[in-house]
Write a protein that binds this ligand. Structure first.
Ligand code: RP5
Length: 164
């Protein structure tokens, strides 16, 4: 059985359209992960168990996404030494600014590496996990370099419309 290296968690299945971008990046780089709903306020006991078991399961990182008063990333970071990467999910009324501030403003001592609101943040959280794993994995570093080189090529190939 392939060893799961990364846990992706989110507060609700409604977060999946955003969080699937993290899953897609890990999948593209061939990194085994597990994705599930672990809600801080609806499943507090499950959240505690998840955080307490993450290290023993051999997780290298947890990518945690939540929206609104987004406690999940910070609570998980408090429960484990496994690095937590927080993704602010856009919320209905405050468009994710609430999610961002409640994830990024961790008091000193328990860090959550916080990414951009929405799908860019989810993808970048996964790319940051890839970069961390690539420090000790030459093949993965080669893949990451190729990914970056392709982005560069794509940007160089961009054309702007002519002005009338
Ligand atoms: C949070 O509440 C979730 O992370 C989600 O972003 C938000 C709304 O959840 P639903 O009401 O859509 O289930 O816990």
């Amino acid at each position: 059985m392939t060893e799961v290296k990364v846990g992706i968690v989110m507060g609700s299945s409604s977060d999946w359209p955003v969080m699937q971008h993290a899953a897609q990046v890990l999948s593209d780089f061939g990194i085994p992960f597990e994705a599930k709903v672990v809600s801080a306020h609806r499943m507090p006991v499950d959240m505690v168990e998840y955080g307490q078991q993450a290290s023993a399961k051999g997780y290298h990182a947890i990518i945690a996404g939540a929206g609104g008063a987004a406690h999940l990333p910070g609570m998980l970071a408090a429960l484990t030494e496994v690095p937590v990467f927080g993704v602010p999910v856009p919320s209905r009324y405050l468009k994710g600014e609430d999610s961002l501030l409640s994830i990024v403003q961790m008091p000193k001592g328990v860090p959550v590496a916080t990414f951009a609101i929405g799908e860019a943040g989810a993808a970048n959280a996964a790319l940051h996990v890839v970069a961390n794993l690539a420090v000790h994995d030459a093949a993965l570093k080669t893949k990451l370099k190729a990914f970056r080189a392709q982005q560069t090529e794509n940007a160089r190939a961009m054309h702007l419309p002519a002005v009338e």
